[in-house]
Ligand binder design. Structure first.
Ligand code: G3P
Length: 234
């Protein structure tokens, strides 16, 4: 499973990109709104410079002509731009056209398997089922990921990738991988939670303290003799 970062914050992207495991970035209008005063195009172009992978930029239009116009403009900004399109009838229509033009799309705000089926039939590159928002209303968001992954496996001619979104905690990340999602797009804070374990931290601390103790004992019992330089360096 690939990991994308779900943010428009350049500092977060720089920090997590340094881990060497980041395959892409997803943004949306709410994430961009958090970056006060940031220019949309400049932000997307900078993200494309920071991460060598798919970068999602979402349209604002809800009519087909408007979506197509925005999508064609955003796709021209950088080869890695993937155009995010809301999962509404006009969005599916726009995706069908964009697929024929070779413009990559990420269909967002997916909340049931039928929506994901229509998305794949339209030729989208990614579908983004929102796991956390389904959990928020007492539904099983991860069950949707499993259902979509199974439907897509049943029909190999469907090439759309499952991009698990609205990931709220480390267990979502694990379960998305177990469910067979192709990608999970994850907030930086969740990735930082997911990489940590108290036993890892405690184990490392013990290793380092034992090593320091060994070094101290070694220097305390050292017999001051002239050793050949090659041996002393050993
Ligand atoms: O990529 C979609 C994601 O940003 C939505 O997350 O937590 O607002 O449901 P959330």
């Amino acid at each position: 499973m690939q990991i994308f970062l779900d943010t428009a914050n350049l500092d977060e992207i720089r920090e997590i990109a340094a881990w060497g495991i980041l395959a892409g970035v997803t943004t949306n209008p709410s994430l961009l709104a958090k970056e006060k005063g940031a220019d949309f195009r400049a932000t997307i172009e900078e993200i494309c410079r920071l991460v060598n992978g798919p970068v999602s930029a979402e349209v604002i239009s809800t009519d087909v002509a408007g979506m197509l116009d925005e999508a064609r403009r955003y796709a021209a900004w950088h080869p890695n731009v993937v155009v995010k399109i809301p999962l509404i009838p006009n969005g599916i229509s726009a995706v069908s056209t964009l697929a024929r033009e070779g413009i990559k799309t990420n269909v967002t705000l997916c909340f049931n398997a039928n929506q994901a089926l229509f998305t794949a039939l339209a030729g989208a590159t990614y579908v983004s089922p929102f796991v956390g928002r389904l959990d928020d209303i007492s539904e099983d968001g991860m069950a949707l990921i499993r259902d979509i992954a199974q439907i897509y496996r049943n029909y190999p001619q469907l090439k759309t990738q499952v991009l698990a979104a609205s990931i709220r905690h480390p267990r979502h990340l694990t379960d998305a991988a177990l469910a067979g999602a192709d990608v999970a797009t994850v907030p930086a804070a969740v990735l930082k939670q997911a990489i940590k374990h108290p036993l890892t931290d405690a184990g490392l601390e013990k290793f380092l303290s034992d090593w320091k103790k060994r070094q101290a004992e070694k220097s305390a019992t050292a017999i001051p003799v002239e050793l050949p330089a090659a041996v002393a360096r050993a």
